[in-house]
Design a protein around this ligand. Sequence first.
Ligand code: SF4
Length: 353
Amino acid sequence: MNSKQTAAIRKILNEWYLINKRTLPWRETKDPYKIWISEIILQQTRVNQGLDYYNRFIERFPDVKSLAEAGEDEVLKYWQGLGYYSRARNLHKAAKQIMNKYNGAFPTVYHEVLSLSGVGEYTAAAVCSLAYHQPYAVVDGNVYRVLSRLTGSSTPIDTSVGKKEFSAVAQQLLFITSPDVHNQAMMDFGALQCTPANPDCEICVLQDFCEAYKLNIVGQLPVKQGKTNVKNRYFNYFFIKNDDYTYLKKRTGKDIWQNLYEFPLIETDKEMNFQELTETESFRQLFGETELTVQKISHPVKHILSHRIINAVFYKINISDENETIKDFEKLLLSELNQFPVSRLTELYLEKG
Ligand code: SF4
């Protein structure tokens, strides 16, 4: 793209945005905290779904201080159902960093923002450009798509070469006198006009500048190098009822759903029925000599995560000895269950009953 083309594209994008922009609460503010929260929520979440979470989150944690002072369980509870829980843990960690290192004032320098837990180049650029008008171009999935089509580049966007190439194009294209409007225009243009499937190129205001359109390769761009290997896992959960009590434990260790709570679990390397489960060492370790009766077995559920398919079965179990304990599990009132952050899988199971 030469300088004449980039100037024309900026102008057209800017005009397009003024007519087509989405009205969203985080666009009405220059508060870096709120912009940061919205950007983290929207990283893996559609705008419609993220909006409710954003409003609830900001209402409960309106600033860095309130977030830093909250307990992690409560932060995770507000995140429940959004997935990618490391985002919430990192938000909480970063709020504490801001309190300790910057006396609670959100950092204003790009590299300081980038140093916060869970903040990558995209988020740092978004916060600095949207809150402080600093000249950093954002490159999210929408922007990758628009740029790869405009330039007709088939460099895979999920490679370090692709990241470098498209970041450079985005930075070249950035309208530095209004980086906030320009960045939002790029993202909205990708979300609303240059959509992943079947964009309506015939009405596109950038048609004259679009290499992919000229070469008739719109459907082939952007290119991605490879799909992630998806692994199947088999979770057998035990929702135990002991009078008015049940048992729960926090998931620790570096795995999915870290720091969320769950029922006693036996993970197996293949599907097993209840009889087969009772014959495993894990079952003996979990229940020992405890007398239990199976009240209900759920239908098998396939819960799809980005790199995993969780094949889950929930066993509703009754234990009649009220003094019974389950090793390593907390015994709590059934009525308290909804206070604990749990995975979407468990939440859905509990909703269905
Ligand atoms: S012409 Fe089509 S592919 Fe090119 S920028 Fe416009 S919508 Fe995207």
